[in-house]
Design a protein around this ligand. Structure first.
Ligand code: AP5
Length: 216
């Protein structure tokens, strides 16, 4: 099964993708995570992407589509993919068609997380991850069971993203409205879009996504 999780910054795409990985053994393909890894490793892609990401703008379509193709090539053909943060523009949506066809895959669901943008600033500015295993947390909505210790790996170091400040978040939201939201009709025409209330409790969002998948 191949699924796109669509929604503005902070909608919960990464949170729900991690849960799908745990429950179904699918692979999360987050272009944001791939780009952050490239920035950290100072690869040519990372050097190009760093300033663009810190400004909250979109990295070039060619770069992200190439990253997605490479990741799919490295996966077993039978493993399902969760596209998290990709596609984000009409050209990326077009590239994805060719990328999937070329690998004998098809898109099963586009799940749109429907959210109130004003509440997202609080979500994003409060989030952090374990520096060791990447598990996501939030100052208010998802704290570790023992403060300062990661529930998953026991690590004690945590980090925050440089683009998770209010000014950059507003730019990221504007980019979403201008370039990403307009691709939804492409998938609506294919009859594969499901909407989930992304403002609901995290577990309720998970349950709604599970119900969509189970209906297949
Ligand atoms: P990317 O990393 O994709 O960021 P994003 O789309 O802005 O999404 P986020 O990761 O911020 O949010 P999310 O929806 O995953 O929310 P999360 O689950 O963490 O992209 C970063 C940058 O990379 C872009 O700005 C761009 O520059 C570049 N880029 C990436 N892909 C690209 C592409 N395809 N093309 C061009 N450029 C690209 O949740 C947020 C917080 O809320 C968490 O703390 C979580 O615990 C909490 N939370 C989640 N769900 C709930 C809930 N139901 N209730 C309460 N709290 C919740």
């Amino acid at each position: 099964m191949n699924i796109i999780l669509l929604g503005p910054p902070g909608a919960g795409k990464g949170t729900q993708a991690q849960r799908l990985v745990e429950r179904h053994g699918m692979k999360q393909l987050s272009t944001g995570d791939m780009l952050r890894a490239a920035v950290k490793a100072q690869t040519p892609v990372g050097l190009k992407a760093k300033a663009v990401m810190e400004a909250g703008q979109l990295v070039s379509d060619e770069i992200v589509s190439a990253l997605i193709g490479d990741e799919l090539d490295a996966m077993p053909a039978t493993q399902g993919a969760i596209f998290d943060g990709y596609p984000r523009t009409a050209p990326q949506a077009e590239s994805l068609v060719a990328i999937l066809e070329g690998r004998g895959r098809k898109l099963d669901h586009v799940i749109e997380l429907d959210v109130d943008e004003d509440a997202l600033v609080e979500r994003i500015t409060g989030r952090y991850t374990c520096a060791t295993c990447g598990k996501g947390y939030h100052d208010k909505f998802e704290k570790p069971a023992v403060e300062g210790t990661c529930d998953k790996c026991g690590g004690h170091e945590f980090k925050r993203r440089p683009d998770d400040n209010e000014e950059t978040v507003r730019t990221r939201m504007a980019e979403y409205r201008a370039k990403t939201a307009p691709i939804l009709p492409i998938y609506e025409a294919q009859g594969i879009v499901s909407r989930v209330d992304g403002m609901a409790d995290m577990d309720d969002v998970t349950a709604a996504i599970e119900a969509i998948i189970a209906a297949d």
